[in-house]
Design a protein around this ligand. Structure first.
Ligand SMILES: [Zn+2]
Length: 409
């Protein structure tokens, strides 16, 4: 039985340190009587946080910028360029690029990911099969949850639904969607709910992705969530249209989403890159207003979405940086607001993904990361990088702190 005793761990602000005990991959209040040997880790007062959670990322189409050419920087161009690149994807190619992102994400402190995987008659199950291999090969560091979705449309793309069903029968656990790419957005939403009920899986939809307040489909998602009793199992991502709503209608909508159990993910890097292209001056920010939605009771998360592709030609896979980016653009700067942004890449993300054993308390899985930072809020404010991380009590990486080489007098 493997056991780890962590001494001089700091769990928050101030100097108070504590001890943590890990047995069989989980935190325990104290070692059982069967445990007679353990390793000891002295953190010398460094800060411990639970591992970070990526609720929305695309490993299958990451790191393809060298194969694409950006001219307009629009969503339509990103979709078209990625579609063209996808025609050349092989299983090994997807595996290699996904592994590159996972390697980066691990050293940034991510211990759980929900990755969206595209299925359509062109790519078939190629991407899915590669991600399944990554799921197995990286289980030592990251729990990978697979969400399959029809990027090229569902009702307008014959053969796609059969592929989604095939994947849901062989390892995918979440069904995604992209209604704005469908010839019948409302119809796609309704069909996805029927499939989610059939396969008893959660839903995670790329809902809308423009700044026109007209044509919102969020109410249809709320209606279907209520109809099928799927509250707490439905997430909508981007939803940039929400940023166009004034306070009063947003409050009404936010309370309704909270009541029926529809959750919201903001993808700040992608949304900032693609939204507001039509404006030369007074560019809108176009991010889903998570702070107000949270105040209305909506479960929210912030996530990376894309890395190194025409949707987002950036990316270090750092959720701390995404949380900082969201804080910066959304003008959140108090300690409470920074902690909220941290929660959107950690504890609130765990709630959104319905992870039962997340945290540092006894019974939780011992997925944790260590920072040289004065407080959890400072991790976000200063974009701190973790010094080391653990998955199920086993160390997965270390990252030495930078060393200054001051000249001697
Ligand atoms: Zn996405």
């Amino acid at each position: 039985m493997s056991a780890l005793k962590i001494i001089n761990a700091r769990l928050g602000d101030g100097n108070r340190c504590t001890e943590l005990y890990v047995e069989n991959g989980h935190f325990v209040a104290s070692f059982s009587s069967y445990t007679s040997h353990w390793e000891t880790l002295d953190l010398h007062g460094q800060l411990v946080l639970p591992g970070l959670i990526e609720t929305h990322i695309h490993l299958d189409k990451a790191c393809i910028m060298q194969r694409c050419h950006l001219h307009e920087g629009t969503l339509a161009e990103a979709v078209a360029q990625t579609r063209a690149a996808k025609a050349e994807f092989t299983e090994d190619d997807v595996y290699r690029r996904g592994a590159q992102v996972l390697d980066k994400a691990i050293v940034q402190g991510t211990t759980h990911m929900r990755t969206h995987v595209e299925l359509d008659p062109q790519i078939g199950l190629t991407g899915f099969n590669a991600i399944r291999r990554l799921q197995a090969d990286y289980a030592w560091a990251v729990s990978l949850e697979i969400c399959v979705f029809p990027q090229e449309g569902l009702l307008n793309n014959t053969g796609t639904e059969a592929l989604l069903c095939q994947a849901l029968e062989s390892g995918a656990t979440v069904l995604g969607g992209c209604p704005y790419m469908d010839s019948d957005p409302q119809g796609q939403i309704q069909r996805l709910f029927e499939l989610a009920v059939r396969y008893d899986c959660d839903l995670d939809l790329h809902l809308d992705f423009d700044l026109n307040p007209e044509g919102m489909t969020v109410m249809e998602v709320a209606r279907c969530t209520q109809l099928h009793g799927w509250g707490g199992r439905v997430t909508i991502g981007h939803v940039t249209k929400l940023s166009t709503l004034p306070r009063e209608p947003l409050t009404v909508l936010g309370r309704h989403l909270a009541k029926v159990g529809v959750q919201v993910t903001c993808l700040p890097s992608t949304d900032l890159f693609l939204m507001g292209r039509e404006a030369f001056h007074n560019k809108p920010r176009g991010l889903a207003p998570l702070a107000h939605l949270h105040a209305c009771g909506v479960t929210c998360s912030v996530s990376t979405n894309n890395i190194g592709n025409p949707f987002t030609p950036y990316g270090d896979a750092s959720l701390v940086r995404q949380a900082n980016l969201f804080a910066n653009v959304s003008q959140m700067g108090t300690v409470a607001e920074l902690l909220q942004c941290l929660a959107w890449v950690s504890s609130e993300s765990a709630r959104l993904l319905r992870l039962p054993d997340y945290g540092l308390q006894p019974g939780c899985r011992a997925d944790f990361i260590v920072f040289d930072a004065p407080s959890p809020a400072a991790v976000i404010a200063e974009i701190s990088a973790p010094l080391m991380g653990f998955k199920g009590g086993r160390q997965t990486f270390s990252r030495p702190a930078g060393t200054l080489m001051k000249p001697r007098d």
